[in-house]
Ligand binder design. Structure first.
Ligand code: PLP
Length: 387
Protein backbone atom coordinates (compact mmCIF):
# COMPACT_ATOMS: atom_id res chain seq x y z
CA UNK A 1 0.00 0.00 0.00
CA UNK A 2 1.35 3.49 -0.77
CA UNK A 3 1.89 5.91 2.11
CA UNK A 4 -0.95 8.42 2.00
CA UNK A 5 0.01 11.92 3.15
CA UNK A 6 -2.71 13.97 1.49
CA UNK A 7 -5.24 14.09 4.33
CA UNK A 8 -5.59 17.88 4.08
CA UNK A 9 -7.22 17.25 0.68
CA UNK A 10 -9.40 14.41 1.91
CA UNK A 11 -8.90 11.90 4.71
CA UNK A 12 -8.01 8.33 3.80
CA UNK A 13 -8.64 5.73 5.01
CA UNK A 14 -11.81 6.30 7.04
CA UNK A 15 -12.62 4.49 10.29
CA UNK A 16 -14.21 1.05 9.67
CA UNK A 17 -17.45 2.31 11.23
CA UNK A 18 -17.74 4.87 8.42
CA UNK A 19 -17.51 2.21 5.69
CA UNK A 20 -20.03 0.08 7.61
CA UNK A 21 -22.47 2.99 7.97
CA UNK A 22 -22.29 3.82 4.25
CA UNK A 23 -22.83 0.18 3.34
CA UNK A 24 -25.72 -0.14 5.76
CA UNK A 25 -27.33 3.04 4.43
CA UNK A 26 -26.91 1.93 0.81
CA UNK A 27 -28.49 -1.44 1.50
CA UNK A 28 -31.12 -0.57 4.12
CA UNK A 29 -31.76 3.13 4.39
CA UNK A 30 -31.12 4.92 1.10
CA UNK A 31 -34.68 6.07 0.40
CA UNK A 32 -36.20 9.54 0.03
CA UNK A 33 -35.87 10.80 3.59
CA UNK A 34 -38.81 12.71 4.98
CA UNK A 35 -40.79 12.44 1.75
CA UNK A 36 -43.07 9.46 2.47
CA UNK A 37 -44.98 8.11 5.43
CA UNK A 38 -43.47 4.63 5.33
CA UNK A 39 -41.24 3.42 8.12
CA UNK A 40 -38.00 3.44 6.19
CA UNK A 41 -38.46 7.04 5.06
CA UNK A 42 -38.93 7.93 8.73
CA UNK A 43 -35.80 5.98 9.70
CA UNK A 44 -33.80 7.79 7.03
CA UNK A 45 -35.15 11.10 8.28
CA UNK A 46 -34.16 10.19 11.82
CA UNK A 47 -30.61 9.43 10.70
CA UNK A 48 -30.45 12.87 9.02
CA UNK A 49 -31.60 14.49 12.26
CA UNK A 50 -28.92 12.67 14.21
CA UNK A 51 -26.25 13.77 11.73
CA UNK A 52 -27.49 17.35 11.89
CA UNK A 53 -27.41 17.24 15.71
CA UNK A 54 -23.90 15.81 15.68
CA UNK A 55 -22.65 18.53 13.31
CA UNK A 56 -24.40 21.26 15.33
CA UNK A 57 -22.96 19.95 18.58
CA UNK A 58 -19.41 20.15 17.20
CA UNK A 59 -19.64 23.89 16.73
CA UNK A 60 -22.16 24.90 19.38
CA UNK A 61 -24.94 25.64 16.88
CA UNK A 62 -28.67 24.96 16.69
CA UNK A 63 -29.65 21.87 14.70
CA UNK A 64 -31.88 23.86 12.33
CA UNK A 65 -28.94 26.10 11.43
CA UNK A 66 -27.09 23.21 9.78
CA UNK A 67 -27.71 22.60 6.07
CA UNK A 68 -26.02 19.67 4.38
CA UNK A 69 -23.75 20.47 1.44
CA UNK A 70 -21.74 18.42 -1.05
CA UNK A 71 -18.33 19.80 -0.04
CA UNK A 72 -16.65 22.72 1.64
CA UNK A 73 -16.69 24.59 -1.68
CA UNK A 74 -20.42 24.03 -2.04
CA UNK A 75 -21.08 25.45 1.44
CA UNK A 76 -18.80 28.45 0.78
CA UNK A 77 -20.46 29.27 -2.54
CA UNK A 78 -23.89 29.09 -0.91
CA UNK A 79 -22.88 31.61 1.74
CA UNK A 80 -20.95 34.00 -0.53
CA UNK A 81 -23.18 34.01 -3.61
CA UNK A 82 -26.37 33.89 -1.55
CA UNK A 83 -25.56 36.60 0.98
CA UNK A 84 -23.68 39.28 -0.94
CA UNK A 85 -25.77 41.72 -2.99
CA UNK A 86 -24.84 44.30 -5.67
CA UNK A 87 -23.07 47.28 -4.09
CA UNK A 88 -21.72 45.31 -1.13
CA UNK A 89 -18.08 45.25 -0.08
CA UNK A 90 -16.40 42.07 1.17
CA UNK A 91 -12.99 41.31 2.67
CA UNK A 92 -10.98 38.15 2.13
CA UNK A 93 -7.31 37.32 2.51
CA UNK A 94 -4.28 36.19 0.55
CA UNK A 95 -4.28 32.97 2.59
CA UNK A 96 -7.75 32.00 1.37
CA UNK A 97 -8.61 29.02 -0.80
CA UNK A 98 -10.07 29.42 -4.29
CA UNK A 99 -13.37 28.11 -2.97
CA UNK A 100 -13.57 31.43 -1.10
CA UNK A 101 -11.81 33.61 -3.65
CA UNK A 102 -13.44 32.39 -6.86
CA UNK A 103 -17.05 33.14 -5.90
CA UNK A 104 -15.87 36.54 -4.66
CA UNK A 105 -13.90 37.23 -7.86
CA UNK A 106 -16.89 36.08 -9.87
CA UNK A 107 -19.08 38.69 -8.20
CA UNK A 108 -16.38 41.34 -8.52
CA UNK A 109 -15.89 40.67 -12.24
CA UNK A 110 -19.61 40.99 -12.78
CA UNK A 111 -19.48 44.44 -11.15
CA UNK A 112 -21.60 43.26 -8.28
CA UNK A 113 -19.05 43.45 -5.51
CA UNK A 114 -16.29 45.63 -4.16
CA UNK A 115 -13.59 43.30 -2.87
CA UNK A 116 -10.54 43.83 -0.67
CA UNK A 117 -8.02 41.00 -0.33
CA UNK A 118 -5.73 41.68 2.63
CA UNK A 119 -2.17 40.38 2.58
CA UNK A 120 -0.63 37.74 4.79
CA UNK A 121 2.91 37.58 6.18
CA UNK A 122 5.71 35.14 5.32
CA UNK A 123 4.04 32.40 7.40
CA UNK A 124 0.62 32.88 5.84
CA UNK A 125 -0.66 34.72 8.93
CA UNK A 126 -3.27 37.49 8.63
CA UNK A 127 -2.99 40.46 10.97
CA UNK A 128 -6.54 41.19 12.18
CA UNK A 129 -5.72 44.94 12.14
CA UNK A 130 -5.37 44.70 8.35
CA UNK A 131 -8.94 43.42 8.20
CA UNK A 132 -10.18 46.05 10.62
CA UNK A 133 -8.63 48.89 8.65
CA UNK A 134 -10.07 47.58 5.36
CA UNK A 135 -13.72 47.97 6.38
CA UNK A 136 -15.94 50.46 4.59
CA UNK A 137 -19.50 51.64 5.25
CA UNK A 138 -20.78 49.02 2.76
CA UNK A 139 -18.74 46.05 4.11
CA UNK A 140 -21.16 43.15 4.46
CA UNK A 141 -18.90 40.14 4.87
CA UNK A 142 -15.44 39.13 6.09
CA UNK A 143 -14.21 35.72 4.91
CA UNK A 144 -11.39 34.00 6.71
CA UNK A 145 -9.86 30.56 6.44
CA UNK A 146 -9.45 29.26 10.00
CA UNK A 147 -6.15 27.51 9.21
CA UNK A 148 -4.09 27.89 6.07
CA UNK A 149 -4.14 24.71 3.99
CA UNK A 150 -0.58 25.56 2.91
CA UNK A 151 1.27 26.46 6.11
CA UNK A 152 -1.10 25.22 8.83
CA UNK A 153 -1.02 28.61 10.56
CA UNK A 154 -4.12 29.56 12.60
CA UNK A 155 -5.72 32.91 11.87
CA UNK A 156 -6.96 35.35 14.56
CA UNK A 157 -10.57 34.22 14.20
CA UNK A 158 -11.71 35.17 17.71
CA UNK A 159 -10.59 38.76 17.28
CA UNK A 160 -12.05 39.03 13.76
CA UNK A 161 -15.32 37.44 14.88
CA UNK A 162 -15.68 39.88 17.78
CA UNK A 163 -14.91 42.81 15.53
CA UNK A 164 -17.43 41.69 12.89
CA UNK A 165 -20.11 41.23 15.54
CA UNK A 166 -19.53 44.71 16.94
CA UNK A 167 -19.72 46.20 13.44
CA UNK A 168 -22.67 44.09 12.24
CA UNK A 169 -20.66 42.49 9.45
CA UNK A 170 -21.26 38.83 8.59
CA UNK A 171 -18.24 36.67 9.43
CA UNK A 172 -17.77 33.61 7.21
CA UNK A 173 -15.37 31.08 8.67
CA UNK A 174 -13.85 28.52 6.30
CA UNK A 175 -13.27 25.63 8.71
CA UNK A 176 -12.04 23.18 6.05
CA UNK A 177 -8.70 22.60 7.75
CA UNK A 178 -9.84 22.67 11.37
CA UNK A 179 -13.26 21.03 11.69
CA UNK A 180 -12.76 17.57 13.18
CA UNK A 181 -9.44 18.48 14.81
CA UNK A 182 -10.13 17.97 18.48
CA UNK A 183 -7.96 20.82 19.70
CA UNK A 184 -10.11 23.62 18.22
CA UNK A 185 -12.96 25.12 20.21
CA UNK A 186 -15.46 26.59 17.79
CA UNK A 187 -17.65 27.87 20.61
CA UNK A 188 -15.15 30.64 21.30
CA UNK A 189 -15.54 32.13 17.81
CA UNK A 190 -18.36 34.52 16.82
CA UNK A 191 -19.06 33.36 13.27
CA UNK A 192 -22.26 33.90 11.32
CA UNK A 193 -21.50 31.35 8.61
CA UNK A 194 -19.25 28.32 8.97
CA UNK A 195 -18.41 26.13 5.97
CA UNK A 196 -17.24 22.58 6.64
CA UNK A 197 -16.28 19.73 4.32
CA UNK A 198 -17.42 16.37 5.71
CA UNK A 199 -14.69 14.36 3.99
CA UNK A 200 -11.55 15.76 5.60
CA UNK A 201 -11.03 15.51 9.36
CA UNK A 202 -14.69 14.74 10.05
CA UNK A 203 -13.84 11.47 8.29
CA UNK A 204 -17.01 11.20 6.24
CA UNK A 205 -16.93 10.26 2.55
CA UNK A 206 -16.37 12.57 -0.40
CA UNK A 207 -19.56 14.35 -1.40
CA UNK A 208 -20.41 15.53 2.12
CA UNK A 209 -20.19 18.79 4.02
CA UNK A 210 -22.36 21.34 5.75
CA UNK A 211 -23.05 25.03 6.07
CA UNK A 212 -23.91 26.66 9.36
CA UNK A 213 -25.88 29.86 8.91
CA UNK A 214 -27.13 31.66 12.01
CA UNK A 215 -30.75 32.86 11.88
CA UNK A 216 -29.54 36.46 11.54
CA UNK A 217 -27.73 35.84 8.23
CA UNK A 218 -29.76 32.90 6.88
CA UNK A 219 -32.76 35.18 6.54
CA UNK A 220 -30.81 37.38 4.07
CA UNK A 221 -29.04 34.58 2.21
CA UNK A 222 -30.68 33.43 -1.03
CA UNK A 223 -30.47 29.75 -1.94
CA UNK A 224 -28.24 28.69 -4.83
CA UNK A 225 -30.44 25.75 -5.75
CA UNK A 226 -34.20 25.49 -5.92
CA UNK A 227 -36.45 22.46 -5.96
CA UNK A 228 -38.16 19.80 -3.94
CA UNK A 229 -37.65 19.86 -0.20
CA UNK A 230 -40.30 17.39 1.00
CA UNK A 231 -42.15 20.30 2.61
CA UNK A 232 -44.56 23.07 1.54
CA UNK A 233 -45.00 21.30 -1.80
CA UNK A 234 -48.03 23.37 -2.75
CA UNK A 235 -46.11 26.65 -2.64
CA UNK A 236 -44.31 28.12 -5.65
CA UNK A 237 -41.54 29.65 -3.56
CA UNK A 238 -38.60 27.93 -1.97
CA UNK A 239 -39.07 27.52 1.82
CA UNK A 240 -37.66 30.48 3.72
CA UNK A 241 -36.72 28.47 6.79
CA UNK A 242 -33.54 26.43 7.25
CA UNK A 243 -32.43 23.84 6.52
CA UNK A 244 -34.99 23.35 3.69
CA UNK A 245 -34.08 26.72 2.21
CA UNK A 246 -30.62 25.43 1.24
CA UNK A 247 -31.37 21.72 0.77
CA UNK A 248 -33.17 21.09 -2.51
CA UNK A 249 -33.48 17.59 -3.91
CA UNK A 250 -32.83 14.25 -2.28
CA UNK A 251 -29.88 14.39 0.07
CA UNK A 252 -26.77 12.22 -0.14
CA UNK A 253 -28.11 9.82 2.44
CA UNK A 254 -25.34 7.16 2.32
CA UNK A 255 -22.74 9.92 2.48
CA UNK A 256 -24.40 11.63 5.42
CA UNK A 257 -24.69 8.27 7.23
CA UNK A 258 -20.92 7.94 6.78
CA UNK A 259 -20.40 11.50 7.98
CA UNK A 260 -22.43 10.78 11.12
CA UNK A 261 -20.29 7.72 11.80
CA UNK A 262 -17.13 9.80 11.25
CA UNK A 263 -18.27 12.46 13.74
CA UNK A 264 -19.25 9.75 16.23
CA UNK A 265 -15.82 8.12 15.84
CA UNK A 266 -14.18 11.41 16.84
CA UNK A 267 -15.64 10.99 20.34
CA UNK A 268 -13.94 7.62 20.89
CA UNK A 269 -10.82 7.00 22.98
CA UNK A 270 -9.11 5.76 19.82
CA UNK A 271 -9.76 9.10 18.12
CA UNK A 272 -8.33 11.07 21.05
CA UNK A 273 -5.20 8.91 21.16
CA UNK A 274 -4.76 9.01 17.37
CA UNK A 275 -5.25 12.73 17.25
CA UNK A 276 -2.51 13.28 19.87
CA UNK A 277 -0.25 10.98 17.88
CA UNK A 278 -0.95 12.89 14.64
CA UNK A 279 -0.06 16.19 16.31
CA UNK A 280 3.20 14.74 17.65
CA UNK A 281 4.07 13.17 14.29
CA UNK A 282 3.40 16.48 12.55
CA UNK A 283 5.83 18.27 14.86
CA UNK A 284 8.43 15.54 14.33
CA UNK A 285 7.92 15.67 10.57
CA UNK A 286 8.23 19.45 10.34
CA UNK A 287 11.30 19.62 12.58
CA UNK A 288 13.16 16.77 10.94
CA UNK A 289 12.41 17.98 7.42
CA UNK A 290 13.68 21.44 8.33
CA UNK A 291 16.99 19.92 9.47
CA UNK A 292 17.68 18.40 6.05
CA UNK A 293 20.18 20.33 3.96
CA UNK A 294 18.54 22.17 1.00
CA UNK A 295 15.03 21.79 2.50
CA UNK A 296 12.87 24.76 3.53
CA UNK A 297 9.75 24.18 5.65
CA UNK A 298 7.25 27.02 5.45
CA UNK A 299 5.89 28.58 8.64
CA UNK A 300 7.84 26.05 10.70
CA UNK A 301 7.24 27.66 14.10
CA UNK A 302 3.55 28.28 13.43
CA UNK A 303 2.22 24.94 12.23
CA UNK A 304 -0.99 24.15 14.16
CA UNK A 305 -2.68 21.59 11.89
CA UNK A 306 -1.23 18.42 10.35
CA UNK A 307 0.05 20.32 7.31
CA UNK A 308 3.74 20.53 6.49
CA UNK A 309 4.72 22.40 3.34
CA UNK A 310 8.27 22.38 2.07
CA UNK A 311 10.55 22.68 -0.96
CA UNK A 312 13.96 21.44 -1.97
CA UNK A 313 16.37 24.09 -3.27
CA UNK A 314 16.79 24.12 -7.02
CA UNK A 315 13.85 21.76 -7.68
CA UNK A 316 10.26 22.51 -8.57
CA UNK A 317 7.68 20.97 -6.29
CA UNK A 318 6.08 18.83 -9.01
CA UNK A 319 9.36 16.99 -9.65
CA UNK A 320 9.69 16.20 -5.95
CA UNK A 321 6.10 14.95 -5.87
CA UNK A 322 6.68 12.67 -8.85
CA UNK A 323 9.86 11.25 -7.29
CA UNK A 324 8.10 10.66 -3.98
CA UNK A 325 5.39 8.73 -5.79
CA UNK A 326 7.47 6.81 -8.32
CA UNK A 327 10.47 5.94 -6.13
CA UNK A 328 9.00 5.83 -2.63
CA UNK A 329 5.27 5.20 -3.09
CA UNK A 330 4.44 8.32 -1.11
CA UNK A 331 1.23 10.11 -2.09
CA UNK A 332 1.23 13.81 -1.30
CA UNK A 333 0.02 17.06 -2.78
CA UNK A 334 2.20 19.41 -4.81
CA UNK A 335 1.54 22.83 -6.35
CA UNK A 336 -0.55 25.77 -5.24
CA UNK A 337 -3.08 23.77 -3.19
CA UNK A 338 -5.87 26.02 -4.57
CA UNK A 339 -4.44 28.90 -2.54
CA UNK A 340 -2.88 30.93 -5.38
CA UNK A 341 -2.05 34.15 -3.50
CA UNK A 342 -0.13 32.86 -0.50
CA UNK A 343 2.90 31.55 -2.39
CA UNK A 344 4.34 34.96 -3.29
CA UNK A 345 4.23 35.90 0.37
CA UNK A 346 5.77 32.76 1.83
CA UNK A 347 8.42 32.48 -0.90
CA UNK A 348 7.27 29.33 -2.67
CA UNK A 349 6.12 30.88 -5.98
CA UNK A 350 9.47 30.16 -7.66
CA UNK A 351 9.00 26.42 -6.92
CA UNK A 352 5.52 26.39 -8.46
CA UNK A 353 4.06 26.07 -4.95
CA UNK A 354 5.01 23.60 -2.25
CA UNK A 355 5.24 19.89 -1.55
CA UNK A 356 2.67 19.27 1.18
CA UNK A 357 2.69 16.33 3.57
CA UNK A 358 -0.52 16.08 5.56
CA UNK A 359 -0.69 13.15 7.99
CA UNK A 360 -4.05 11.83 9.13
CA UNK A 361 -5.38 10.07 12.21
CA UNK A 362 -4.24 6.70 10.86
CA UNK A 363 -0.73 7.76 9.80
CA UNK A 364 1.92 5.75 11.64
CA UNK A 365 5.33 6.69 12.98
CA UNK A 366 6.93 4.30 10.52
CA UNK A 367 5.26 6.08 7.60
CA UNK A 368 6.54 9.44 8.83
CA UNK A 369 10.06 8.02 9.20
CA UNK A 370 9.88 6.70 5.64
CA UNK A 371 8.68 10.08 4.34
CA UNK A 372 11.55 11.90 6.07
CA UNK A 373 14.07 9.40 4.72
CA UNK A 374 12.66 9.78 1.20
CA UNK A 375 13.05 13.57 1.32
CA UNK A 376 16.59 13.14 2.66
CA UNK A 377 17.45 10.98 -0.34
CA UNK A 378 15.86 13.32 -2.88
CA UNK A 379 17.44 16.40 -1.27
CA UNK A 380 20.85 14.71 -1.32
CA UNK A 381 20.53 13.88 -5.01
CA UNK A 382 19.17 17.30 -5.91
CA UNK A 383 21.75 19.00 -3.70
CA UNK A 384 24.56 17.17 -5.50
CA UNK A 385 23.13 18.42 -8.80
CA UNK A 386 23.16 22.06 -7.56
CA UNK A 387 26.82 21.94 -6.40
C1 PLP B 1 -8.93 25.90 3.26
C2 PLP B 1 -9.86 25.15 2.37
N1 PLP B 1 -11.04 25.68 2.08
C3 PLP B 1 -11.94 25.04 1.31
C4 PLP B 1 -11.66 23.81 0.77
C5 PLP B 1 -12.66 23.16 -0.12
O1 PLP B 1 -13.15 21.99 0.41
P1 PLP B 1 -13.80 20.89 -0.57
O2 PLP B 1 -12.68 20.14 -1.18
O3 PLP B 1 -14.63 20.06 0.34
O4 PLP B 1 -14.61 21.61 -1.56
C6 PLP B 1 -10.42 23.21 1.04
C7 PLP B 1 -10.07 21.90 0.45
O5 PLP B 1 -8.95 21.54 0.28
C8 PLP B 1 -9.51 23.89 1.87
O6 PLP B 1 -8.31 23.37 2.18
Amino acid sequence: MPIYLDNAATSFPKPESVYAAIDHANRQLAVAAGRGRYQRANDADRMLSLARQAAAHLIGAETTQISFAFSGSDALSTAILGYLKPGDHAIASAADHTSVLRPLWHLEQNHQLELTVVDCDENGFIDSNEIKSAIKPNTKMVCLTHASNVTGVIQPTEDVGEFCKANEIAFLLDAAQTIGHLKFDFRSIDFDFLAAPGHKSLLGPLGTGFLLATDKVAEHCDPLRFGGTGSTGNEFNQPTTCPQKFESGNLNLPGIAGLLAGIQWLATDEAIANSDRTNNLTRQLATQLSEIEHVTVYGLEHIQTPTVSFNIAGTDCQTVGMLLDSQFEIECRTGLHCAPLIHKKIGSAEFGGTVRFSPGVFTTEDEIDQAIAAVQTIAREMGAAIQ
